[in-house]
Design a protein around this ligand. Structure first.
Ligand SMILES: Cc1cc2nc3c(=O)[nH]c(=O)nc-3n(C[C@H](O)[C@H](O)[C@H](O)COP(=O)(O)O)c2cc1C
Length: 336
């Protein structure tokens, strides 16, 4: 029997964020360009407990338009779902949070971690880690504006000289934020190096609100180890779920103390990729689906025989139909 993580002695681990009950305490990380409605549905099917939208700029949400409608769309089956906002103006973020709540979001999440230079230069995303007082002003304005829980996703700090996740988490708690997620890298690190789980542990010890740990969870054992080591209330998974939504079913089983299911055989993995493509086509139309799936399909083939050639064909596909055919041919090839 797998070892049970320390903080979930009986039954499936769960966490309550304000009134929102999350079970299992396992979240899909917000990922721009990836975690749109189709991928979130797959994550839910495979047992993920909480999903987040891609980040949406507060102003874009308030101005509406088809792009922002696409970013904020979710299906009832995805609940509980968090809409993630970014920006740096407290009033604007508060107004956007009201709109997110009116759209039915279960949670509003604030992005304090994005390291993209264009965003950081605007003083948004990860740049907020350098401005603790502004963070407090944002937290207060947003929590006062909505009834739904507000959560914050932050980094370890700005850089190794400014490691202040504990301070930001305390400010969040003081301002009525319902939970925090800590990605154990500094903004300066972007996605390089190793995530520091020590900082997640320190944040968990410093606040009473739920803490989700994030960074480098790539397997069911990693998730259990993070809960065990950091004592955090939940785990958030990002890159390891790319082309691999059944990771959620594996983590869920591990956290429940059940045997971890083996990943599906190659043909079934490609069938899931085809399902992903179909969901994308229905949601975004063939052209956008093709662009998005050309990036993502390769991840579903990771480690398969002949994957390099199939990937080249995938990148070369000119229409969604062609992409579908390449993937179907590949199923026949791996079934042989
Ligand atoms: C392609 C990509 C897009 C991302 N977009 C967002 C985003 O919109 N909002 C956010 O808070 N974090 C974003 N992240 C960061 C992830 O949510 C997560 O914190 C990070 O990948 C670390 O977790 P992991 O090691 O499990 O991948 C993004 C990451 C990637 C790889």
């Amino acid at each position: 029997m797998p070892r049970k993580p320390r903080n979930c002695p009986a039954g499936p681990p769960a966490v309550r964020v304000g009134p929102v009950y999350i079970q299992p305490a396992l979240a899909l990380a917000p990922m721009a360009g990836i975690t749109s409605h189709p991928f979130r549905i797959l994550a839910k099917i495979y047992g993920c407990g909480l999903v987040f939208s891609e980040m949406i700029h507060a102003r874009a949400l308030l101005h509406g338009g088809s792009y922002s409608s696409q970013l904020t769309y979710f299906h009832e089956a995805e609940r509980p779902v968090g809409l993630q906002l970014f920006g740096s103006e407290p009033k604007l973020l508060a107004a956007a949070a009201q709109k997110a709540e009116a759209l039915g979001a279960d949670l509003v999440d604030l992005n304090l971690g994005c390291p993209t230079p264009r965003i950081v230069r605007n003083g948004e995303g990860g740049a907020l880690m350098r401005r603790p007082q502004l963070c407090s002003a944002i937290f207060k304005a947003v929590t006062a504006a909505v009834r739904c829980p507000v959560t914050v996703k932050m980094r370890k700090g700005w850089d190794e000289r400014l490691v202040n996740a504990v301070e930001i988490a305390r400010r969040a708690e003081d301002a009525g934020i319902a939970a925090v997620t800590v990605h154990g890298r500094t903004v300066a690190q972007r996605f390089g190096g190793k995530a520091d789980w020590e900082i997640i542990r320190s944040v968990k010890r410093a606040v009473d609100i739920p803490v989700f740990g994030n960074g480098d969870v790539a397997s069911a054992d990693d998730a259990a180890a993070m809960l065990d080591y950091c004592g955090c209330d939940g785990v958030m998974v990002g890159r390891a779920a790319l082309g691999n939504p059944w990771l959620f079913e594996q983590i869920k089983a591990r956290l429940e103390g059940n045997p971890v299911p083996v990943p599906p055989a190659p043909p079934d993995r490609i069938k899931t990729a085809l399902r992903h493509l179909d969901l994308l086509c229905r949601f975004k139309g063939d052209k956008a689906a093709l662009l998005e799936m050309r990036r993502q399909a390769g991840w579903y083939l990771k480690g398969f025989p002949g994957a390099a050639l199939a990937r080249r064909k995938i990148y070369g596909a000119a229409t969604a139909e062609e992409l579908r055919n390449v993937m179907q041919e590949y199923i026949i090839q791996v079934e042989d």
